[in-house]
Design a protein around this ligand. Structure first.
Ligand code: BEZ
Length: 211
């Protein structure tokens, strides 16, 4: 059985382009994103790691540390990074794990044998400061992920971990949010002084509380 939301993200030690790491030590008290790609020197993966590098400042602002992983060896990661930086006009400065023994891939169930016997699929895990899994997405090799969407989910996760709210479909930072079902309307009016708009008893909006 693979990992599910709310499970503790397994710790591991690994060789990376930033040296040997202990995953938990690397994350510290912050948030983490661990994402696998099928193979180095492949086109979609090149664009994905490039996009992640270009968004590094956005991840840093949110206290999120990013780690990539594939089963390729360290020397291949190092030489491929030069291509990523050249073609995607970026500077990959997050660690890429060389998971040659598939320890990380196995712990996180990143190899889906009916998709590929050997390569990791495009798995992505968001891990909270409590080391619990907050988001899991899995894409096939042929489809590059949307890293703006990953940032959007991180914004929602960080907001909803601190306030009794949820975020509606297509929500973006700054837009109105939904009052959690656990809060009755009378309490919601006290809790959210910016106002509560009741559309239905179960559908109540309030301005983003931390803005
Ligand atoms: C790619 O990144 O383009 C890719 C990787 C593995 C299989 C197919 C495509």
């Amino acid at each position: 059985m693979g990992l599910r939301l709310g499970d503790i993200a397994p710790n591991f030690k690994a060789k990376t382009t930033a040296g040997d790491i202990d995953f938990y030590e690397y994350l510290g008290d912050g948030w983490g994103i661990l994402f696998s790609h099928p193979a180095d020197y492949t086109p979609v993966c090149t664009t994905e790691l490039g996009k992640t590098a270009l968004l590094q400042e956005e991840f840093r602002k949110r206290n999120v540390k990013v780690l990539a992983v594939s089963i390729d060896p360290l020397d291949k990661h190092f030489s491929w990074v030069k291509d990523i930086n050249e073609t995607q006009h970026c500077n990959v400065d997050f660690p890429i794990i060389a998971d040659e023994d598939r320890n990380v891939a196995t712990l996180y169930d990143m190899i889906h044998p009916n998709a590929s016997e050997t390569a990791t699929v495009r798995s992505l895990f968001v891990i909270g400061p409590d080391k619990k899994v907050k988001l899991i997405i899995t894409y096939p090799a042929s489809t590059g992920r949307n890293f703006h969407e990953v940032l959007r989910v991180v914004d929602s996760l960080q907001l909803t971990s601190g306030y009794s709210v949820a975020t509606p479909a297509d929500w973006k930072e700054g837009e109105d949010v939904i009052v959690a079902l656990s809060v009755n309307t009378e309490d919601a009016i006290k809790k959210f002084p910016k106002g509560v708009k009741v559309v239905k008893p179960y559908l109540r909006y309030t301005p983003q509380p931390n803005k």
